[in-house]
Design a protein around this ligand. Structure first.
Ligand SMILES: NC(=O)c1ccc[n+]([C@@H]2O[C@H](COP(=O)([O-])OP(=O)(O)OC[C@H]3O[C@@H](n4cnc5c(N)ncnc54)[C@H](O)[C@@H]3O)[C@@H](O)[C@H]2O)c1
Length: 592
C-alpha cells in the first residue's frame, strides 16, 4: 500500500512554494511552510492568502473550505520544524550550492524515513541527493506554474532513488489530482527541456527588434493557440528564475548556445525587472505580484491620425491549393472582389468547389447565411491567365513553396499589374526580399503570411523587407483590420515570428525522442498538461506534415547556422521513409 502522507513540509514560499503549499492543503494534507526569515515568511503567507481569497471571489472555493485550508498550514522560520513531516519539498531559488546546503540540513533534522523532494527545474537531482545521507530517498517533484492550476508533475528519479519512494510519490501525485510523468535526471526534464530554448530564442528575437513585445506574444497566442506568449510567460516564471534555469541548462546540456541566456535577460535581472513578482519585466503590472497589466512607455498608442487608406477593392489571388482557397474566402467574405488565377480550368473548378464547401460549412455552423455565401461566391472571377490581374489593387501569391517559381511569378506580375499595386507573397519560409527584387518594385512588395485555415485563424504576419515602404505596410495594416485579422509586423527573417520560434521547439522534441529520454505520449502530455498547449509537439508535427516541418527547419538552419537548429536526423529519416504525418496515415503515430 502506498504511503499516506499526513503532514508535509515546504521550504521556500516564493512563486512556486506558496502554490505548492496550497496544493497540499487543498487536498486535506497538513503543511509546515518554512522560509528563511520573518519578512519572507509574511510575504509567503500573504501570497497564499491572496491566492485562496481569489479562489473564493471566483466561486471556486467556499469561505469554510478556505478557512479549513488555511488552518492546515503552520508557518515557521528555518528548517527545524519538520519533525512530523513525511515528505519535505524544497522550492528555494535555483542555485545548486543553496539547495545542497538545505538538503544537508534537512537530512540532519528530519526523521530518517522522511522523503526529501526538490522542485528544481534544471539542476541535477542526483547532485542534490548526494549532499544527504539518504540519497535513495531523494526525488525531483517538478510542479508547474501556477501550481494549483497546472496538472503536470514531473517525477524525477535518479539512479539511486528507491523504487518504493518513486511509487509513493506517484501515488501522492494521483491523490493531489495531478498527472505525473516519471523520468530520469536530465537538465530541464521534458517540459523545460523543450520550453526554455524557445523562451530564450523569443527573448533574443525581441532583443534584436524583430517585432514588438505585443506582436511577438500575439503571434504565438493567435498563430499556435498557446495560452500565453513567451515574453508574458517569462514574466510569470520570473526573469531571475528563467536566467538561472537557462544558465544551468547551458552548462549541463552540452553547451548548446541556444540555452546561453541572452544578454537582455541578465540586464533585466540586474536592474530588478524580474517580471510579475516585482511588478515589472517585459511588461509593467499594477503592483508587485499582480497579474494586471498597465500601460508603460512601450505600450503602442492609438495612431493620432486617421489610418492610411488601403486603396484596395479588387484582389488577385494566384494559386489553387489550401492556402489560396482560404485566402480567397477571407477576401470575398469581407466584400472584396477577387480574381482567382490557377493553371487550368480543372484546377479553377476544384478551387471553386472547395470554396463552396468551406462556406457551406460556415452556413451549417450559423456563421454565414446562404444569401451571404452566394453573394460571396459571386464576387469571384475565375481565370486561368495572369493577364486578368491588370486591374487588381493587390495581388497575393500562394503557389508552390519554391523560390524559382515565385520569383518568375513576381517578374510576370510586374509586367501585368498597375503601378502602386501591393504585391504580396504568402510564403512561410522563403526570403521575401528575393521575390521583391524579382518584381523590380520592391517598395510595394511584402509578405502576408496567413495561417491555415485562413478563414478561421485570426493572425496574419506582415513581413516587411528592408526595401518595403512604410506606406505599403500601413496600407496592409488597414486592409487586415478591415478583414478582422490581427496584423503582426515582422522582419524578413526565416520563419518570421511564429515559425521561427515554433519549429526549433518541434525539432527539439524529435531530438528528445531520438535520445530515448521519453516517448511520444509522455512528451505530448508534458507540453499539453504542463504548459497548457493545445497539442503536443508530435500531434502538431503529424498535422503540419513532417516534410513541411523539415523544409522549414532547413531554412532556419541555413539562415542561423547554429548547430542546435540542425534538423533532427530522425525527422529526415521519417520523411525519407514517406512517413509524412496524417496526410499519408503515418507519421509519429499511425492513423486509420
Ligand atoms: N517559477 C517557475 O515558474 C517555476 C516552475 C517550476 C519550478 N520552479 C523551481 O522552483 C524553485 C523556486 O523557484 P521560484 O520561482 O518559486 O523562486 P522565488 O524566488 O519566487 O522563491 C524562492 C523562495 O525561497 C526562499 N528562500 C531562499 N533561501 C531560503 C532558505 N535558505 N530557506 C528557506 N527559504 C528560502 C526565498 O525567500 C523565496 O521566497 C526553483 O528551483 C525553480 O527552478 C520554478
Amino acid at each position: 500500500m502506498a504511503r499516506q502522507f499526513g503532514t508535509v513540509g515546504v521550504v521556500g514560499l516564493g512563486t512556486m512554494g506558496a502554490g505548492i503549499v496550497e496544493v497540499f492543503a487543498r487536498n486535506g494534507i497538513d503543511v509546515v511552510a518554512a522560509e528563511v526569515d520573518g519578512a519572507a515568511l509574511e510575504h509567503g503567507r500573504a501570497t497564499l492568502t491572496a491566492s485562496v481569497d481569489r479562489a473564493v471571489a471566483r466561486g471556486k472555493l467556499s469561505a469554510e473550505d478556505r478557512d479549513a485550508l488555511l488552518s492546515r498550514v503552520t508557518f515557521a522560520v528555518g528548517l527545524s520544524s519538520f519533525g512530523a513531516a513525511e515528505l519535505v519539498i524544497e522550492a528555494v531559488p535555483e542555485h545548486l550550492d543553496l539547495k545542497q546546503k538545505i538538503f544537508k540540513a534537512l537530512d540532519e533534522s528530519c526523521p530518517p524515513d522522511t522523503i526529501l523532494a526538490t522542485n528544481t527545474s534544471s539542476l541535477s537531482v542526483t547532485e542534490i541527493a548526494v549532499a544527504t545521507g539518504r540519497p535513495n530517498q531523494v526525488v525531483g517533484m517538478h510542479f508547474f506554474n501556477p501550481a494549483p492550476v497546472m496538472k503536470l508533475v514531473e517525477v524525477v528519479r535518479t539512479v539511486i532513488t528507491a523504487d518504493e519512494v518513486v511509487a509513493d510519490i506517484e501515488a501522492l501525485c494521483t491523490r493531489l489530482g495531478k498527472v505525473d510523468v516519471t523520468i530520469s535526471d536530465r537538465a530541464g526534464f521534458i517540459a523545460n527541456g523543450l520550453l526554455f530554448g524557445y523562451l530564450n530564442h523569443a527573448a533574443s528575437r525581441y532583443e534584436a527588434g524583430a517585432a514588438s513585445r505585443e506582436d511577438i506574444d500575439a503571434a504565438l497566442r493567435l498563430g499556435c493557440g498557446l495560452p500565453m506568449g513567451p515574453l508574458a510567460l517569462m514574466d510569470l516564471i520570473g526573469l531571475d528564475t528563467t536566467y538561472e534555469i537557462l544558465d544551468t541548462m547551458y552548462r549541463r546540456g552540452g553547451r548548446d548556445r541556444r540555452h546561453a541566456p541572452v544578454p537582455l535577460l541578465k540586464q533585466m535581472v540586474t536592474a530588478g525587472l524580474l517580471g510579475r513578482k516585482t511588478g515589472r519585466g517585459f511588461y509593467t503590472y499594477e503592483k508587485p505580484g499582480s497579474p494586471v497589466l498597465v500601460d508603460d512607455e512601450l505600450t503602442p498608442r492609438p495612431a493620432g491620425e486617421a489610418p492610411v487608406p488601403s486603396g484596395i477593392a479588387k484582389v488577385g489571388v494566384v494559386g489553387s491549393g489550401t492556402m489560396a482557397t482560404g485566402i480567397i474566402e477571407v477576401f470575398v467574405r469581407s466584400g472584396y472582389e477577387v480574381t482567382s488565377v490557377s493553371r487550368g480550368a480543372e484546377r479553377s473548378a476544384a478551387v471553386c468547389e472547395a470554396l463552396k464547401a468551406s462556406m457551406t460549412k460556415a452556413v451549417v455552423r450559423g456563421k454565414l447565411t446562404e444569401q451571404e455565401r452566394d453573394a460571396a461566391l459571386a464576387r469571384v472571377t475565375w481565370s486561368t491567365t495572369l493577364e486578368h490581374l491588370s486591374d487588381v489593387d493587390l495581388a497575393v501569391e500562394a503557389v508552390v513553396e519554391e523560390l524559382s517559381v515565385k520569383k518568375a511569378l513576381f517578374a510576370t506580375l510586374d509586367e501585368i499589374c498597375k503601378p502602386g499595386v501591393l504585391l504580396a507573397t504568402s510564403t512561410s519560409s522563403l526570403p521575401v526580399i528575393e521575390v521583391a527584387m524579382a518584381a523590380g518594385r520592391p517598395a510595394d512588395v511584402l509578405g502576408l503570411h496567413f495561417f491555415n485555415p485562413a478563414p478561421i485563424m485570426g493572425l496574419v504576419e506582415v513581413v516587411r523587407t528592408i526595401r518595403t515602404s512604410s506606406e505599403a505596410v500601413a496600407r496592409a495594416r488597414t486592409l487586415l483590420a478591415d478583414l478582422g485579422k490581427t496584423a503582426v509586423v515582422c522582419a524578413d527573417r526565416a520563419g518570421f515570428v511564429v515559425n521561427n520560434l515554433l519549429f526549433p521547439y518541434l525539432n527539439d522534441a524529435v531530438k528528445m525522442l531520438e535520445a530515448n529520454y521519453a516517448g511520444v505520449d509522455d512528451i505530448d502530455a508534458a507540453m499539453k498538461v504542463g504548459c497548457g498547449y493545445p497539442m503536443g509537439p508530435f500531434e502538431l508535427l503529424d498535422v503540419v506534415g513532417l516534410d513541411v516541418a523539415l523544409a522549414i527547419q532547413r531554412e532556419l538552419y541555413l539562415e542561423l547556422r547554429e548547430p542546435g537548429f540542425a534538423p533532427a536526423p530522425m525527422l529526415e529519416h521519417l520523411v525519407t521513409a514517406g512517413y509524412l504525418g496524417r496526410k499519408v496515415g503515418r507519421g509519429f503515430r499511425t492513423y486509420r
